[in-house]
Ligand binder design. Structure first.
Ligand code: PMV
Length: 327
């Protein structure tokens, strides 16, 4: 069938972490992220004569594989989006990533944000202008994207930060675009382990509620958010590094102090973290370091740190898979 709609959305990496949530993915604390356009999901939507919506991998260098559960979750969210926009036909959703899906990099953020954007475009082309505007949309993506962020949030929390090009801050319902003195960063992911994680981030949000360290967590995240925004505005890179380091350890401490405890840190993760610390010590400079609910380590470099970025590739390329923005 003829392709009707095609949209893309980037993944994002949080420096202040979303961890802990209420109904409809309302977060326990604010988060701040940087978008990663080299980790992109493309979604195509076309009409189908089938009796229900369908999902299929889009042909690409790195084909996406979705479990039955993953497919059901994605299509359920699409149904929700269709209901929101008053769309009733059945459609075929096809998606692809521009990065390997078996490397522990795949995120719900890019795939849910891309589906939200594509369904918005579909509605824009299927509805008449009046009906579309009655839903509160203008048709201009730039003016509609906070509304889209709120919609995307209900499918996957972190996806609400993937509607923006660089920095994005999420307090409660939707994320907003932020801008700091560092407008362009380089990104390197060190893949300590490629296997799928045992505890999904969706489950982690629930499990951390049992940690005694949840007391004070919102205040700590708020404080770090304010401090990090200051550091990024004032170009205090080292201060930013220290805040990001403390913040991902705080989140991993929540995992390890839950009852029962769980965790993602492996011996290899720790090895990578120790290399980062040594590099900072030796050079009085280095990347921002963070980890998600997984064993992989994410590094962010300033634009003028290209040689530092190359150093880190050399340090890790023979030991781990790496995936970077500059290759
Ligand atoms: O969007 P979720 O439910 O997969 O949560 C993601 C949470 C972290 O990646 C661990 C942190 C974040 O803010 O992205």
């Amino acid at each position: 069938s003829r392709i009707m709609i095609k949209e893309t959305a980037p993944s994002n990496i949080a420096l202040i972490k979303y961890m802990g949530k209420e109904a409809n993915n309302i977060p326990s604390n604010p988060s701040l992220s940087y978008s990663l356009p080299h980790l992109l999901t493309t979604v195509e939507i076309s009409k189908t004569d089938a009796s229900e919506d369908q999902w299929a991998a889009l042909e690409s260098e790195y084909a996406i594989e979705l479990s039955e559960k993953g497919k059901a979750r994605y299509l359920k969210f699409f149904k929700k989006l269709k209901d929101h926009f008053g769309l009733s036909s059945n459609y075929l959703i096809q998606s692809a990533n521009n990065f390997p899906s078996d490397a522990g990099l795949a995120s719900s953020a890019s795939s849910f944000a891309a589906l939200t954007k594509a369904t918005y475009s579909l509605a824009k082309s299927e509805l008449d202008t009046e009906a579309f505007q009655a839903l509160g949309f203008t048709g201009e993506f730039i003016t509609d994207r906070e509304k889209l962020s709120a919609l995307s949030r209900t499918g996957s929390g972190s996806s609400c930060r993937s509607l923006f090009d660089t920095w994005s801050e999420w307090q409660t319902d939707f994320a907003v675009e932020e801008s700091f003195s560092y407008s362009k960063l380089l990104h390197l992911a060190i893949i300590a382990e490629e296997d799928k994680k045992e505890v999904s981030s969706s489950d982690a949000h629930i499990k951390v509620k049992s940690s005694l360290l949840m007391e004070g967590r919102t205040a700590r995240a708020n404080k770090r958010l304010a401090d990090l925004k200051n550091a990024l505005n004032e170009k205090s890179w080292e201060a930013a590094f220290e805040i990001c380091w403390a913040e991902f350890w705080d989140m991993h401490a929540l995992f390890e102090t839950s009852e029962p405890s769980f965790g993602y840190m492996t011996a290899d993760s720790l090895m990578v973290l120790n290399e980062c610390r040594s590099y900072w010590k030796a050079n009085q400079d280095g990347p921002l370091v963070t980890m998600d609910a997984g064993p992989n380590v994410h590094l962010l470099f300033r634009e003028d740190q290209k040689s530092c970025y190359e150093d880190f590739i050399k340090i890790f390329e023979n030991k781990f898979k790496i995936w970077g923005s500059e290759s």
